[in-house]
Design a protein around this ligand. Sequence first.
Ligand code: SF4
Ligand code: SF4
Length: 191
Amino acid sequence: MLKFLNQVGEYAKESFQAAKYIGQGLSVTFDHMRRRPITVQYPYEKLIPSERFRGRIHFEFDKCISCEVCVRVCPINLPVVDWEFNKDSKKKQLKHYSIDFGVCIFCGNCVEYCPTNCLSMTEEYELAAYERHELNFDNVALGRLPYKVTDDPMVTPMREFAYLPKGAIDPHEVSYTDRRAGLRPEEIIEK
Ligand code: SF4
Ligand code: SF4
């Protein structure tokens, strides 16, 4: 009899624990049901990068004076500045310039210290390639105009946190009827 009562007690204890774990799991589900959806339907929707976003570097060949400051300030001496001395003008003449984005850490030092401002960080972040060597951009690839999320007619640009009301950072307890802080691009155009 005592053995039977023990088995019933164990069974009840395990049932209670199972119910507790199910409750814990469902609490996460119910918690998410109270939030606004924040999923960005990439690649049809894309977030607009912030103004100081450090994406692919843009390079202006004609402005470069081959001083190699960018190489010296780079933590991994990454930019390759290929120049030769022009005896007639007695100046360095730039032949090729390249940066390997497979190695670059996007710290922005080269951009910060370039004396002629021929380097700039863009908002381009889609740099995936099938071959790592494709990430070694020469001066032609670096000179390409940056890709902009807002210029792509196939994409709906979205602002970060724009889906939340002004001042709200946490999506919990935000009602669906509260007005979002940011305007959608079509609303901006309309305005
Ligand atoms: S961003 Fe940083 S790591 Fe990349 S090339 Fe410039 S200095 Fe070097
Ligand atoms: S610091 Fe600027 S000007 Fe000097 S070599 Fe680098 S890119 Fe050219």
